[in-house]
Design a protein around this ligand. Structure first.
Ligand code: UDP
Length: 254
């Protein structure tokens, strides 16, 4: 029996509970999948377990190369202990190839290589559908200052280089992804760290040879089994046994 704990926040794919020590939270990964601002919804057996393990894998890798993030340790199949942060209300998106909203906006075929990685921001607000905003907006409305933005771009590009390399090593192209950034205080000193999650829910991942989609677009666009796609990502990264585990009961390695 899990002990009773205080729920701090419930989002579309995760729940945050009070952690065992001040300054910590428990992040619980649900099986719920949503798209188009929650107009499309389903429950995908095993998604939470896979995303918990995948986010652990990426955050641990980032820690190992010196990119600060909220991950402390995984607690069980669905939960991880994280640092409590004050989330900056921005979705920080990094794009290597055109896709999704950028392709629509600019009339670019999905998969078109970009001249360099592009960092952009959306204001986190479901009622407004997370509108894209510029640095001017971010600074004028006080969500972050110029120094914060410099740090955010630097973090975002380091995460991009790390993830692009890890994925390319297992035959996957990182098209784009979204991260969220949080503030933590050590005394009077404020630092920005990577928070939220890094998983196929918030990345576009294409098989490098076939172009097959291995991310949430499988759900958004009804392209097949989302659990199969995420399991394939986990398998390639060595987090699931090579022979597929039965759906809904992923048998994790470690
Ligand atoms: N993304 C996300 N959450 C959002 C919006 C976007 O994780 O609320 C991710 C999305 O999965 C993709 C990247 O950010 O990897 C860029 O998304 P885009 O702006 O193209 O929006 P979309 O086409 O997903 O609406």
């Amino acid at each position: 029996m899990a002990p009773r704990r205080k729920k701090i926040y419930e989002g579309k794919a995760k729940i945050l509970y009070e952690g065992p020590e001040p300054g910590t939270l428990v992040q619980y990964f649900k099986d719920d999948a949503t798209a188009f601002n929650a107009q499309k919804k389903d429950v995908i057996d095993g998604k939470g377990v896979l995303n918990n393990r995948l986010s652990e894998f990426f955050m641990t890798g980032l820690t190992n190369i010196g990119v600060p993030n909220h991950f402390i340790r995984r607690i069980n199949m669905r939960e991880q202990l994280i640092r409590q942060v004050e989330i900056i209300p921005l979705e920080v998106i990094v794009r290597n190839f055109a896709a999704g909203s950028m392709s629509k906006r600019l009339g670019l075929e999905e998969g078109t290589p970009l001249p360099r990685p592009i960092v952009e921001y959306s204001y986190k607000n479901d009622d407004l559908g997370d509108p894209m905003v510029s640095e001017e907006y971010v600074i004028a409305f006080g969500w972050a200052n110029q120094q914060d933005l410099d740090d955010i771009v630097s973090l975002a590009l380091r995460v991009n280089d790390f993830l692009s390399g890890v994925f390319y090593g297992v035959g996957i192209k990182l098209i784009d992804f979204k991260i969220e950034i949080g503030r933590v205080w050590d005394g009077d000193f404020m630092r920005l760290i990577v928070a939220d999650e890094i998983s196929p829910d918030s990345c576009r991942l294409w098989d490098a040879k076939t172009g097959q989609k291995l991310d949430k677009d499988v759900f958004r666009r009804d392209l097949g089994s989302l659990a199969d796609a995420y399991s394939e990502v986990a398998r390639r990264l060595g987090l699931l046994p090579a022979q597929g585990a039965p759906l809904g009961k992923p048998t994790l390695i470690n």
